[in-house]
Design a protein around this ligand. Structure first.
Ligand code: SAM
Ligand code: SF4
Length: 321
């Protein structure tokens, strides 16, 4: 479905929980966030109802996210059921990878189309520091196994000044050596990201070019989003750049975000959201579809991170990244 700015909105990120087993510094406070009772969280059946109506509007690709989606029981079953909804073209997952390895077989059997793993350091101690207690090895092992089992894997890495900025080369090497996609994501002033200083992707690319002058744009299509990819001729992997701050790509925005509480957020930068609860409770699928359509129509022309801070009190753990 087209929005008011003639953008085709065909992708939805669905947060299935705001709970998480990590406490990444830019995303969650050390003490966690106030736990919302499970009765306020969308049930899987409600999520499926939303997907069915989204498909009618032309939204056919979905990302399951969180919080950490794998801490919610039955996540692979949801993915399987979403894949069975007529018209759904793609269902992918974003995870911190802590619990991924034991779920890989189930996820593959469920038909997951790809897995994004968030990983900000390849050094054990630093990884634990950034995530406040995460273990690196299970993540690396899950990435290798997912790749070996044929599931497309992308690694998402946020580089921060004076923290992990020196790891850009290690991550690029990981992409080219392991034949996977590693994307550098600029930190946005949302939630606790506001207090952190990110590295600009322009700078990362300049530094990578010093090491690999042969880097060239990679025209192969890799996903649903605004990432721009570079590759080394002859190598399978690639590095991607998602530069929300330094290369505003709002004119190509194609997405809605559904929070685990049932609110659809048209843009990451604004608090405004459409609450799907009344439509869900009315049991009218038409009302549900209308509510989704109104969220598409409420999409602003672009974010305003450069002018002001992100939505107050909202953290990525609630919105799903
Ligand atoms: N727990 C899962 C994970 O970490 O992949 C899924 C949810 S997490 C909120 C989704 C993505 O949002 C992660 O890749 C994380 O790095 C990113 N993220 C969180 N806060 C951010 C911020 N302020 N700016 C940019 N990306 C952010
Ligand atoms: Fe949890 Fe993901 Fe947020 Fe880290 S980025 S605290 S893993 S939700």
């Amino acid at each position: 479905m087209k929005d008011l700015f003639d953008r085709d909105i065909e992708y939805m990120r669905i947060s299935i929980t705001d709970r998480c087993n990590l406490r990444c510094r830019y995303c969650m406070p050390a003490e966690g966030i106030e736990k919302v009772s499970m009765s306020r969280i969308l049930t899987y059946e409600e999520i499926l109802r939303i997907c069915r109506q989204a498909v009618v509007l032309g939204i056919t690709r979905f990302k399951v996210t969180g919080g950490e989606p794998l801490v919610r029981r039955g996540c692979p079953d949801l993915i399987r059921a979403m894949k069975e909804v007529p018209g759904v073209e793609q269902v992918t997952l974003t995870t911190n990878g802590q619990l991924l390895e034991p779920y890989l077989d189930e996820l593959r059997a469920a038909g997951v189309d790809g897995i994004n793993v968030s990983l900000d350091s390849l050094r054990e101690e630093r990884y634990a520091e950034i995530t406040r207690g995460g273990k690196l090895q299970p993540v690396l092992s899950a990435i290798a196994k997912a790749k070996a089992s044929g599931i497309p894997v992308k690694v998402n890495c946020l580089l921060q000044k004076d923290l992990n900025e020196d790891e850009y080369l290690a991550f690029a090497k990981m992409a080219f050596d392991q034949g996977i996609l590693v994307r550098f994501i600029e930190i946005m002033p949302v939630g606790f990201g506001d207090a952190e200083e990110g590295m600009s992707n322009e700078e990362v690319l300049l530094l990578l070019r010093e090491k690999w002058p042969e880097l060239e744009p990679d025209e192969r299509v890799h996903g649903n989003g605004p990432a721009v990819y570079m590759r080394i001729p002859g190598k399978e992997g690639a590095v991607g750049f998602i530069s929300a701050m330094h290369e505003k790509f709002c004119d190509r925005c194609n997405r809605l975000r559904l929070t685990s509480h049932g609110r659809v957020q048209p843009c990451l930068c604004y608090e405004d959201a459409v609450d799907l609860r009344p439509a869900l409770e009315s049991r009218s699928e038409e009302k549900l579809r209308q509510a989704l359509a109104s969220a598409v129509m409420a999409k602003p022309a672009g974010h305003c991170f450069e002018d002001r801070e992100g939505p107050e009190g909202k953290s990525m753990v609630e919105i799903g990244g």
